[in-house]
Design a protein around this ligand. Structure first.
Ligand SMILES: Cc1cc2nc3c(=O)[nH]c(=O)nc-3n(C[C@H](O)[C@H](O)[C@H](O)COP(=O)(O)OP(=O)(O)OC[C@H]3O[C@@H](n4cnc5c(N)ncnc54)[C@H](O)[C@@H]3O)c2cc1C
Length: 261
């Protein structure tokens, strides 16, 4: 990792490259960034969730939520916690000493990125894994990455989460799996960690215990400050309609185009 790179995230932890900035990738990024990893999300194209009409089965939104807004919120959350974003398509991943080298195709050419860990969440592209000894399962036109119960692939340091790991095709399942596999990755690393928790002041210390790594104790003033900030962000976020329309299935776009000719 270069100095410039670590300055971007403000982290000196090991780097994790998360391939895919959809639901699983962004949620994983929240966890790895908060655990102190230098977290880079490399994304090309858009989450399949942008095709959704109205998202009614994710926690915390009793009347549902615009799925484009939900994705914006996830990206903001990953960014606020220290993740950085690269816009580009990962074309190959190769193993090198102490990690991985990713080849990335961006608008203005190609570049390489090195990382200690890779987390693949790139529904529905697995081509960049072809040169590695990663198990892949083909079903119809789709290819899934084989993982163990915790998200590890057959290659040390390389993980997969979300739909690409053949999880059910639901946003919250992918988000939850992204978080779960991120925790596996953190657990496999040397980064000290207990749980990603924020506790009220005294929860551990008033029982004579140290605050465990990954956990924060906050006093009442700080709780109120964070709650105010959360209210402000959410009030501003829900002030107006999201500007983007759902992305229509390409075959419907084509059919509509033909019938308009
Ligand atoms: C019409 C429709 C409606 C839906 N409605 C709902 C719903 O109401 N509720 C629900 O729970 N689920 C819904 N879903 C399903 C939900 O969208 C998916 O299950 C979920 O988005 C999967 O998350 P993921 O992170 O695995 O993949 P994605 O969210 O698709 O993210 C994958 C990301 O990886 C990127 N990527 C791919 N290849 C590369 C590469 N080589 N390099 C870099 N980036 C790459 C993609 O462009 C994308 O941004 C719907 C899906 C569709 C199609």
């Amino acid at each position: 990792m270069s100095d410039t790179d670590s300055e971007r995230t403000g982290s000196n932890g090991p780097r994790v490259a998360i391939i895919g900035g959809g639901v699983a990738g962004l949620m994983a990024a929240v966890f790895t960034a908060r655990a102190g990893f230098d977290t880079v999300v490399v994304n090309h194209g858009e989450s399949i969730l942008r095709r959704n009409g109205h998202l009614e089965n994710v926690p915390g939104f009793p009347a549902g939520v615009n799925s484009r807004l939900f994705l914006d919120l996830l990206e903001t959350q990953a960014g606020r916690n220290g993740a950085v974003f690269e816009d580009g398509r990962v074309t190959t991943v190769a193993t090198i000493d102490d990690g991985f080298q990713l080849r990335i195709e961006a608008g203005d050419g190609e570049f390489d990125l090195q990382s200690s860990y890779v987390l693949a969440t790139s529904w529905a592209d697995t081509d960049y894994l072809d040169s590695l000894d990663v198990g892949l399962t083909k079903r119809g036109s789709k290819t899934y990455v084989d993982i163990d119960d915790y998200g590890r692939t057959g290659v040390d340091g390389l993980y997969a989460a979300g739909r690409i790991a053949e999880k059910p095709h639901q946003a919250i399942v992918s988000a939850g799996h992204g978080a779960e596999v991120a925790l596996t990755l953190i657990d496999d690393s040397d980064v000290p960690f207990y749980h990603d928790w924020v506790a009220p002041e005294g929860y551990f210390t008033e029982r004579g215990r140290d605050v465990p790594p990954g956990v924060e104790e906050i006093d009442e003033e700080e709780r109120r400050r964070r709650e105010r900030e959360s209210m402000k962000v959410m009030t501003e976020t829900f002030e107006r309609y999201h500007p983007d329309e759902p992305t229509m299935h390409p075959s419907v776009v084509e059919k509509r185009r033909e019938s308009n000719e």
